[in-house]
Design a binder for this molecule. Structure first.
Ligand code: NAD
Length: 499
């Protein structure tokens, strides 16, 4: 493992100032509030404490939901012209852009990812989210309908129209792997639709959510429209997901917690979008351009140290190119330089914490014990886990069935394309897949046959706000992004009248 760990401090004044001031507080109804208890957030590379964060309780959840409910109908929000709402979203995007280096430094320190990943992948992604939905605020149209109702009083007629109305208070509960981007993917469409929000970031990585909410307040969002509750999932996350005042939970996280949210939603039949785990396959056919496939498949699994929901963690390689691909992936893995996320030389940072690195290592140990061959990597150091390539693991082994959420990929040979499709679909998950081929027919045929919310051809993990993103099977319910993603935050009301 090429690990060179030199601790780095943030260079932007904004990030330095943010880290100096503390403890971090809750944001409810336009006010920053202290809590009785706090919890620490750490730099996973060094273990150093970065900040103390407010630990929200059930009472805080009640207060934040009440503030969001009140804001929903207050004229400063409910009466805001759609164009003004769009302009506000655009302003949030401008503020993220102006503070993008600072936010990326905070993300890198808190989560471990490299500055480049945070800055150019995720901050740019968050900016794009707000700009995309800013444009939609003026395009939320209903329909006029001429219903075939024959029993109107003589001389009268029936007409109807639909209104698109905000669904209400949204609880946005987000994971630790791409914190600011995941928050933006919920905040932007929810605000575009006119909803109000209580944001609950993951306890491991709350810093950029706090800074984002500061910037949103600076943009001029009315009090109560966005509220922030930091704290633990089983405490404040559970309180929000069962809260009768919350109309919808927008959740990204594990399938396990997704199931808990289903139960919690029963009380008031909350609407749910669940963006959950994955075990995404990459199918590399004999005719693939390996000069694209080798680095592309490697990036598809190793980016953000494999802590990506759509990570291509199962590679199926057609027999003729299998050895060359395996060798290429192993070479890519061995060549990667691991280090502190803020070190400009680092290509991979640590995992989110040491316990997670140990969990990932457990899968590698289990595969080794079962006779699989580790072609590259396989070792850990603190929270760091080497990018790892494993051959010869069985299709029904935990390595190929469970979401590892680390930089570990299996490679399995196949002969016929149908065999690869069958293995790719042999999973409880259905989030994403990639197909690598120069053949037009194979590209379309395999894309259609794979049961996944997204299929990429000759690329992996390509995202944009226009592209709907959702999971099939146990990878979730509903989609985020695009026009379809906005539907999650809107309700249709039919107005039918005799005139
Ligand atoms: P997690 O499910 O442990 O936590 C996600 C969020 O849920 C956190 O904010 C957490 O505090 C909260 N939470 C935990 N217990 C809760 C409870 N009982 N009630 C309410 N909220 C609760 O997930 P994680 O470990 O933070 O993130 C990793 C997971 O997220 C992986 O499974 C990954 O695949 C998934 N993910 C999915 C997507 C996607 O778009 N499908 C994107 C990113 C991450």
């Amino acid at each position: 493992m090429r690990l060179i760990l030199t601790p780095h401090a943030p260079r932007t004044e904004g990030a330095q100032r943010f880290l100096k001031t503390g403890p971090k507080r809750l944001f409810i109804d336009g006010e920053w509030l202290d809590t009785a208890e706090t919890f620490p957030s750490h730099d996973p590379a060094t273990g150093a404490e970065l900040a103390q964060i407010a630990r929200a309780t059930q009472a805080d959840a009640d207060e934040a939901v009440a503030a969001a409910q009140a804001a929903l109908t207050r004229p400063d929000w409910a009466g805001m012209l759609p164009a003004a709402r769009g302009a506000l979203l655009w302003k949030v995007a401008d503020l993220i852009e102006a503070h993008a280096d600072e936010l990326a430094e905070l993300e890198s320190l808190d989560q471990g990812k490299t500055f480049a990943t945070a800055r150019f992948g995720e901050m740019n992604g968050a900016i794009a989210q707000f700009r995309y939905y800013a444009g939609f605020a003026t395009k939320l149209h209903g329909q006029t309908i001429a219903p075939s109702i024959g029993y109107a009083p003589p001389g009268k007629q029936v007409m109807a129209y639909t209104r698109r109305e905000p669904i209400g208070v949204v609880a946005a509960i987000t994971p630790w792997n791409s914190p600011l981007l995941m928050a933006a993917m919920k905040l932007a469409p929810a605000l575009c639709a006119g909803c109000t929000i209580v944001l609950k970031p993951a306890e491991e990585t709350s810093l950029t959510a706090i800074r984002l909410v500061e910037l949103m307040a600076e943009a001029g969002l009315p009090a109560g429209v966005v509220n922030l509750l930091t704290g633990y999932g089983h405490e404040v996350g559970a309180a929000l997901s069962a809260h009768p005042g919350v109309a919808k939970v927008a959740f990204t996280g594990s399938t396990e917690v997704g199931r808990l949210l289903l139960d919690a939603a029963r009380g008031n039949l909350k609407k749910l979008t669940l963006e959950l785990g994955g075990k995404s396959p990459a199918l590399v056919l004999d005719d693939a351009d390996l000069s694209l496939a080798v680095p592309g498949v490697a990036r598809g699994i190793f980016a953000n140290s494999g802590q990506v929901c759509v990570a291509g963690s199962r590679v199926y390689a057609q027999r003729k190119i299998h050895d060359q691909l395996a060798e290429g992936l192993a070479k890519q893995a061995e060549g990667m330089r691991l280090g502190h996320g803020l070190d400009p030389e680092s290509e991979l940072g640590p995992l989110v914490h040491e316990a997670h690195a140990q969990r990932v290592a457990g899968f590698v140990a289990q595969a080794r014990k079962a006779g699989a061959e580790v072609l590259a990597g396989g070792m850990t150091n603190g929270a760091f886990h080497a990018p790892t390539v494993i051959a010869g693991a069985a299709q029904d082994s935990p390595l190929l069935r469970d979401e590892i959420f680390g930089p570990v990929v299996s490679i399995t040979p196949f002969d016929e394309i149908d065999e690869a499709i069958q293995m790719a679909n042999d999973t409880d998950f259905g989030l994403a897949a990639s197909v690598w081929t120069e053949g037009l027919s194979a590209a379309h045929r395999v894309s259609a046959a794979i049961r996944a919310g997204t299929v990429w051809v000759n690329c992996h993990s390509f995202f944009s706000p226009e592209l709907p993103k959702g999971g099939l099977k146990e990878s979730g319910w509903g989609v985020e992004n695009g026009a379809q993603g906005l539907e999650n935050y809107l309700e249709t009301k039919t107005v039918c009248m005799v005139i």
